[in-house]
Design a protein. Sequence first.
Length: 205
Amino acid sequence: MLDPFEEQTHPGDTLFRDVLSLALLGFLAIIVLLLPHIAPEGVRNASDVPVHGNVVVEITWPDSMDADVDLWVQAPGDTAVGYSNKGGAIFNLLRDDLGKTMDLSSINHESAYARGMRKGEYIVNAHAYRIDPKHPPPFSVEAVVSTKSVVDGVTRISPILFTQARIRYQGQELTLARFELEEEGRLVNGSVHNLFKSLRGQGTK
């Protein structure tokens, strides 16, 4: 005799639940597989985004020294950028080298990176923030200015200027180079000189 209160199951109900469960699992698997390929509105793959030209400025000084030499740069129409003002509208200071302090590398090197290649005059300065008593001045500071561009999908870094100068005392700020670029990043002939212009005061916040 059948219990009127006992739930009755039919083979068709079990089959329907199994098919529904499998369909839901399949749908979830498709979503999981597609998630890495879904980007928010307006976001594209990095390879699809055009990379504009940039200006890279680097300075180095003898690796044997525990000296802190600061790079200061200024792009056309922008504020001066250095250790006390690490970013402007165009330039950013990428590496602030303190000598041997908190530095696992033996290389004494600072660098700044500009977004774009604005037409006009650029200024590159060095400031002897701290000297090494074991290696007193004078010592040389070298600067390299390069342009980075992407042509036909190939990244090209082209050094356009190399210069060096001598630090003679602690606290000295000197202009390593002043030069002009055209919009395409070409160095204007006859524009390079090192007439001193202080940048530290402009960049101090």
